[in-house]
Design a protein around this ligand. Structure first.
Ligand SMILES: NC(=O)c1ccc[n+]([C@@H]2O[C@H](COP(=O)([O-])OP(=O)(O)OC[C@H]3O[C@@H](n4cnc5c(N)ncnc54)[C@H](OP(=O)(O)O)[C@@H]3O)[C@@H](O)[C@H]2O)c1
Length: 381
């Protein structure tokens, strides 16, 4: 039996991971569930899957703990997180945002296999990710697709690696219209149903910027080799162009359970328990260039990739804080990327050497975003 821990089990990727896990009761032993809050959903999952431990960062009340099934122990915070990782062979890191950095770090440090959904950690822990590549299976659909293609081609023959982007809800909006975009409009992703942070990142295309940096670390690529192309249908997840003009594309339904299933069992490929996709339903397949003026986030992410060092965790921390301000309806949609750019222009901290330095740089960026917000943006809306 393969022992799996699911970190961020109550979120979008976490719950879809459990949907896959429950179809393979004879092959997967779900040993641990980790979330931030002691929510009803976490309790329901614990009752259904009866893991060895269930972990939250928020203190549960007595009733919550007494409702846990026999054989399931409750543990709190980082101590619980470490115990969860140590019990597992494979760890699904589906924690959202910068909170996913520590879980990825501990997983790799413990020598476990990381099923990597959280992208902030893959970007910030660049050196560690590059050194641990053989123990990381990407879950993000684009990187999962590229992982599958790149494994099968001669790397010397690769010319370009394309990340596909749906273009988000504002693909056909003008820059002027985007200025007035509301939270509800930004959260209305045309293709994927995901957590709030990644959905807003998909609307600014910062998500795709992050994915470029993720691809560089995961696949040992030059940043110049990685390009972004708009593909509104989101059924082609990754494309590799070879030197002779051949494009190899990976296509599957817009369903995270497909890459999750692949990552859980890699290198074995399991028959999907969720039925087959009809190829005709995946058409049409269209590609468009990215409007660089509308989506400055991509330019910023590429610039950060070239600068490296402290700029990387600062980009990640600044984005999280700016997205929070937008979700709290304190800044406008275009202010997200403006605030990130302002924060990057004020970087005066040393390049991080340890994971604590990385987390400090993230926190520096969050404080700086709030400082600039208070100084220049507060009360504008
Ligand atoms: N959703 C997708 O389709 C998708 C696709 C590709 C990549 N990703 C990446 O996967 C990650 C998860 O995305 P998501 O959309 O599933 O997010 P989500 O729906 O917002 O879920 C986040 C999960 O993380 C938990 N969490 C948040 N802060 C935590 C903390 N400090 N400690 C422990 N657990 C914490 C949440 O627990 P509570 O419920 O208790 O708050 C929840 O279980 C992100 O990095 C995202 O970029 C997502």
């Amino acid at each position: 039996m393969m022992r799996i821990a699911v970190l961020g089990s109550t979120g979008s990727v976490g719950t879809q991971t459990l949907e896959v896990v429950e179809r393979f009761p004879d092959e997967i032993d779900l040993v641990a569930l980790v979330a931030r809050r002691s929510s009803d959903r976490l309790l329901e999952q614990a009752v259904k899957f009866r893991p060895k431990i269930v972990v939250s960062y928020e203190e549960p009340d007595k009733d919550w703990i007494s409702s846990l099934p026999d054989g399931t122990e409750y543990m709190k915070g980082d101590e619980g997180l470490m115990a969860a990782i140590s019990l597992a062979d494979r760890v699904m890191n589906a924690v959202s945002g910068v909170s996913g950095i520590k879980p990825a770090y501990y997983t790799l440090k413990e020598g476990k296999t990381l099923l990597a959904s959280n992208k902030e950690s893959l970007i910030c822990l660049g050196d560690m990710v590059r050194k641990s590549r053989n123990r990381i299976i990407p879950v993000d659909s684009e990187h999962n697709a590229l992982f599958q293609i790149l494994e099968k081609v001669n790397r010397a023959e690769v010319r370009t690696v394309y990340l596909t982007a749906s273009g988000g809800p504002f693909r056909n909006w003008t820059l002027e219209e985007m200025r007035t975009a509301t939270k509800d409009q930004a959260l209305n992703h045309p293709r994927w149903n995901m957590g709030a942070k990644i959905t807003v990142d998909s609307a600014t295309l910062m998500n795709k910027g992050f994915e470029m940096l993720e691809a560089v670390n995961l696949f040992d690529l030059d940043l110049d080799t990685v390009k972004v192309i708009i593909h509104p249908q989101s059924v082609v997840h990754g494309i590799v162009e070879l030197v002779d003009g051949t494009f190899i594309m990976h296509t599957s339904a817009t369903d995270m359970r497909v890459p999750i299933l692949y990552a859980l069992f890699y290198p074995e490929r399991k028959a999907s328990p969720f039925g087959r996709s009809d190829l005709v339903s995946l058409s049409p397949i269209e590609f468009e260039p990215v409007d660089q003026e509308k989506f400055r986030a991509l330019y910023l992410a590429r610039w950060v990739g070239e600068m490296g060092g402290a700029y990387v965790p600062v980009l990640v921390g600044a984005d999280e804080e700016a997205v929070n301000l937008f979700l709290d309806e304190k800044i406008g949609f275009l202010d997200i990327v403006d605030l990130i750019e302002r924060t990057l222009s004020e970087v005066n901290i040393p390049d991080p050497e340890t994971v604590d330095d990385i987390l400090d740089a993230v926190e520096w960026a969050r404080r700086k975003v709030n400082e600039i917000y208070e100084r220049e943006y507060a009360g504008r809306l």
